[in-house]
Every structure is written in C-alpha cells, then in structure tokens.
Design a protein around this ligand. Structure first.
Ligand code: FES
Length: 151
C-alpha cells in the first residue's frame, strides 16, 4: 500500500520540525568552561570546546558586550582560529588580533572583523552563567577549516 500525498507531506513536515529542534547550537554539549573567579578583566583564558581540536578564548572584557554574560554582561568567548587562514588570534588591548596577517576582531560586538584580510567574524561561543560557573552551550558561526558546526 502506497502512502497518499497527505501522509507523505505530514511525514516531511514532521522531519523538518525535528531538524529545526535539533539545531547545531542546541546539539552542543553544555560544558563548564571556567569559574567566575578565574576570569580577570582583560585577561583571556584559553580553553578548548566542544572538542580538544577547537581552541577558544574566554574573556571578561570589563565592559558590556553583545551576547555577554555575567553580572556586567562582559564575559564572552570566541573560536581562537582566525577566519582568514586559521592562525590563532591573541587578545591584546581589548581586541583579538591575528599575528599572521593582522586581521582584527571586536569581542564586544560579536567578534566582528573590522580589519582584514579576514572577511568573516570570529565564531562566537554561546555562554550561560549558573552559580559561579560559566558554561558553553553552543556556537554561532563555523570555526576556520570546518564545513559544519562542531557545536
Ligand atoms: S590568518 Fe589571520 S589574518 Fe591571515
């Protein structure tokens, strides 16, 4: 017995709904990255998330940031891999700077690339604070070299 057109359409919509619920951000493992008292203003903490192959810089900026968490909404985290050719960026003077070809990214504005040659913003790690701990819950954007989100 072949399913009628209505049954096929219902199945397709159900599958689409399931795909929407399991978005890349929601599929990531919620992981503790640091305690709040480990984060000094202006000092980046290097972590890896969601796998050891994905370096991330977690930083307390000391000023509110788009998407920032914590009491002052100043804690953010980004992939450390430059979106140009994958060199690890450094946190210097409140900005992420790439030592290879000098792209710069603004951590207060979602990792926006404001100086090339990179064309893409740094992928942002979605954070939550619960108690005295900062958790990673997802990632917006693709880390350099990836064709699908690791988180
Ligand atoms: S790898 Fe970062 S600017 Fe080229």
């Amino acid at each position: 017995m072949n399913p009628d057109r209505r049954t096929v359409l219902r199945g397709a919509l159900a599958a689409l709904g399931a795909a929407t619920v399991v978005s890349p951000a929601s599929a990531a493992p919620r992981t503790a990255l640091a305690r709040l008292d480990e984060l000094a203003v202006g000092v980046a903490k290097a972590v890896a998330w969601p796998t050891p192959q994905h370096p991330v810089l977690l930083v307390r900026l000391g000023r509110p940031a788009t998407g920032g968490v914590g009491e002052h909404r100043d804690i953010v985290a980004f992939s450390q891999l430059c979106t140009h050719q994958g060199c690890p960026v450094a946190f210097v003077d409140g900005r992420f700077r790439c030592p290879c070809h000098f792209s710069q990214f603004d951590p207060a504005v979602e990792g926006r690339c404001y100086q090339g040659p990179a064309h893409h913003d740094l992928p942002r790690v979605l954070l939550e604070v619960e108690g005295d701990t900062v958790y990673a819950t997802g990632m917006v954007g693709l880390p350099w070299g990836r064709t699908e989100s690791p988180a």
